[in-house]
Write a protein that binds this ligand. Structure first.
Ligand code: PMP
Length: 407
């Protein structure tokens, strides 16, 4: 297919067309959340203007229509990650919710005193705290894969941590703080050789990399729609059917039951067993438009455009006196994490904002990783498919001015 026209892609995002502090907005906070194309915004409006009803069970036309729209997104997600069945796609509130679901229910069914769960030093807090809570409640042991100086997982150490006590490994596919892409396929194979299950935190990978759950053979995959050009408040948990079937429900309530009596309640089939209560119907419906948007460009092109942006940013910024890149793995998604010598990351972020440039600063919900690297935090510029080389040149020029003050 032919190279997409970035100007045309960009024109689909109304929010980008504004000035911030008197300068055109350059939005480089995409790892925190991407902006939304008009397709997604119109899908939300259209849904509420024409189709809204509660879903499943309704006898009337709107209920059937809303149900179809909701379930259509489930089919699209299935195709997007190449899951075998739609029943393996559970809608949640986001990555955090998906991971908590697994910690609570897989934990209940399969984790006991003395068992081991492995995570890494590179994890987002949402892939740390639920496992700490589980291990505390069950007296299981949490083991941590160390990270090397350049921000990669120590795979040798990982192999040494695996044993017949390991029940689950939960690791991020691409680091939100550094961009490092972890070799999860190989890590999954290793976990399986020890009879352990593997959860992939895909919060940062689904927008950039091809992810095929059957090819990876992961047991669980968690991700958020809002980092995929879709609405906030929607996430996905993919799980292998046999596992989801063996796990108890998460929350109790409507939708997740088959029959309720005071003597005994039976649970609904997958995926509804894990979707108690009225879900976030409108945002799930609009998420379908985000998936179509991504497919219309193609992950191959998205990856190519974003790697060009990252390479350009790194090449230019590396010339700046006082610029210190953080996380120099060879294999990265489009995240440029850095510090400016003698300056606090937050001050750098504020000065960039004064020039209309939006970045994130701080620990990026990865405090153990920052501790490992001996940093309080970094400045993070993360690129999406609508960013341009001109915007990156503005970032470079602003950083030159900012760094000069203290270097
Ligand atoms: N894991 C990673 C790697 C992330 O980047 C994020 C979002 N910053 C999360 C988990 C949590 O996602 P959410 O806040 O959408 O639940």
């Amino acid at each position: 297919s032919k190279e997409p026209d970035v100007a045309k892609i960009r024109s689909r995002f109304p929010v980008l067309d504004q000035e911030v502090n008197g300068k055109p907005l350059a939005y480089f906070d995409n790892a925190a959340s991407t902006q939304k194309p008009v397709e997604v915004i119109s899908a939300l409006k259209e849904y509420y203007e024409h189709h809204h009803s509660n879903i499943h069970r309704g006898a009337h036309t709107l209920a059937a229509r809303a149900t179809d729209l909701f379930e259509r997104t489930r089919s699209s997600v299935r195709a997007f990650i190449n899951a075998r069945d739609v029943e393996e796609v559970i809608f949640t509130k986001g990555t955090t919710d998906s991971i908590n679901l697994v910690a609570a229910t897989f934990g209940k069914a399969f984790i006991q005193q003395g068992d081991e769960v492995i995570i890494s030093t590179m994890e987002h807090h949402s892939n740390i705290v639920p496992w700490q809570m589980l291990c505390e409640a069950t007296n299981a042991v949490l083991k941590i894969i160390p990270v090397t100086e350049n921000g990669e997982l120590d795979l040798q150490a990982y192999e040494e941590l695996l044993s017949e006590k390991t029940r689950l490994v939960a690791v991020v596919h691409a680091s939100n703080a550094l961009g490092t892409i972890n070799p999860i396929k190989k890590m999954i194979q290793l976990a399986h050789q020890h009879g352990a299950r593997f959860l992939v935190d895909g919060a940062q990978s689904l927008a950039h990399l091809e992810v095929d759950v059957q090819e990876l053979d992961c047991d669980f995959l968690a991700f958020s729609a809002h980092k995929l050009y879709g609405p906030t408040g929607v996430g996905v948990l993919y799980g292998k059917r046999e596992l989801l079937e063996a796990m108890p429900p998460y929350q109790g309530g409507g939708e997740m039951i088959r029959e309720v009596t005071f003597a005994k309640t039976t649970y609904n089939d997958l995926p509804y067993k894990f979707e108690a209560g009225t879900p976030n119907i409108a945002d799930v419906v609009a998420f379908d438009a985000a998936l179509s948007f991504i497919q219309s460009i193609g992950k191959k092109w998205i990856q190519r455009l974003e790697s060009q942006l990252l390479a350009h940013a790194m090449e230019r910024c590396s010339e700046i006196k006082g610029f210190v890149p953080v996380g120099t793995a060879k294999d990265k998604v489009s995240v440029m994490s850095f510090t400016i010598r003698n300056m606090h990351p937050f001050d750098v972020g504020m000065m960039l904002d004064a020039s209309g440039i939006a970045v994130r600063t701080g620990h990026h919900c990865t405090q153990p990783l920052m501790d490992r690297l001996g940093l309080e935090g970094t400045v993070r510029a993360s690129f999406a498919v609508y960013n341009t080389v001109e915007e990156i040149d503005r970032l470079y020029e602003s950083l030159v001015r900012i760094a000069k003050r203290k270097n």
